[in-house]
Design a protein around this ligand. Structure first.
Ligand code: NDP
Ligand code: OXD
Length: 308
């Protein structure tokens, strides 16, 4: 039962050391060990290795990240399980990032950053109390639900939207295409934590922005291809969207000269909302390997037909 770690040598070696303590019986190899392909039962990787068919006894591909869209178009043999990363460390980072982004928009930070560049000392506007403003999270999975919990203490009104019905204390929930209008209708801040699937590709478009109240704000932490960039620029120009925090773009990095780099209404970060640290990965991975050995379902198992 060998686990092959397909990541750079230094991080791979560090993870192997951590696993020696956390999963003592588990044989762990790196690419540089030139493992016997027949022995490899599990692979941990960020992208699908080109030579996946070399491993005749492969049972599981573990993603180094939470998003798995990069695996779904690929030639994963039918019997091979795909497992995305669910880790308290990753979740905590997303809670921090989205809290930072919502508060930055609530308190007009993009405008103050722009004023500073022009040496202007002036109040932009008095922000309404948080209790008068509504934050809506698209995607009520591991991360979306955790983000709502992190925002709760500030007193915002909270909403959520997902594919299927959810009941979350103190959160008004909506689901499916039929629930989208109601969800969007009174949001001040829209947070996007959806996986990239055919249904969510291009979902952040002119039609959706038009269904928000004028002057709403966007926090996009899902995947770059969910956003129609020209539609966001047009919505910012018309004032339909007041400002945005974007952590993901298409492509990444954005090309030099792209309007997002310099638009004062946009705060842009280079896909750093969560950074998968080896320390955060080791515990959940060890636990999933134990579950596999016991024949139990693994945490983060992806339903491949569903796309997430
Ligand atoms: P989960 O799989 O746990 O949750 C996904 C949520 O999205 C579910 O609530 C699901 O609905 C909902 N959803 C999926 N498709 C649709 C749809 N067509 N319409 C409505 N709702 C839909 O994912 P996570 O919370 O762990 O992660 C979400 C995404 O965040 C990742 O896929 C990744 O793209 C992104 N991410 C970004 C990071 C960054 O650094 N910027 C870091 C980590 C993740 P239902 O509950 O009904 O199934
Ligand atoms: C992830 C990410 O999916 O970092 O984990 O985006």
């Amino acid at each position: 039962m060998t686990l092959l770690i397909n990541m750079d040598e230094a991080r791979g070696a560090h993870l192997r050391k951590l696993l020696a303590d956390l999963a003592p019986g588990q044989k762990v190899v790196l690419q540089s060990d030139d493992p016997d392909p027949a022995q490899v039962r599990h692979i941990l990787t960020w992208l699908v290795p080109e030579d996946l068919n070399r491993y005749p006894n492969l049972a599981t591909v573990f993603s180094v990240g939470a998003g798995v869209e990069q695996f779904l178009g690929a030639e994963l043999p039918d019997g091979v399980g795909l497992v995305r990363l669910i880790s308290p460390g990753l979740t905590a980072m997303m809670q921090e990032y989205v809290t930072m982004a919502v508060l930055a928009l609530h308190r007009h930070l993009p405008a103050y950053i722009d004023q500073r560049a022009h040496q202007v000392w002036k109040m932009v506007a008095i922000p309404p109390p948080a209790g008068y403003r509504r934050v809506g999270v698209m995607g009520l999975g591991e991360l979306g639900r955790a983000v709502l919990e992190a925002l709760r203490p500030f007193g915002f009104q909270l909403s959520g939207w997902a594919r299927s019905p959810h009941a979350i204390d103190g959160v008004e929930t909506f689901h499916g295409p039929q629930g989208l209008d109601g969800f969007l209708a009174d949001l001040d801040f829209l947070v996007v934590l959806l996986p990239l699937t055919p249904e969510t590709t291009g979902i952040l478009n002119a039609d959706l922005f038009a269904r928000l109240p004028k002057g709403a704000h966007l926090v996009q932490v899902g995947r770059g291809r969910q956003l129609v960039q020209d539609d966001l620029l047009a919505a910012l120009d018309s004032g339909q969207v007041a400002a945005a925090v974007l952590d993901v773009t298409d492509p990444e990095p954005l090309p030099q000269g792209h309007p997002f780099w310099t638009d004062p209404r946009i705060i842009l970060t280079p896909h750093i909302a969560c950074i998968t640290q080896v320390e955060a990965l080791a515990g959940p991975l060890a636990e999933n390997l134990r579950r596999f050995d016991r024949g139990e379902a693994m945490s983060g198992a992806v339903k491949r037909t569903r796309g997430y």
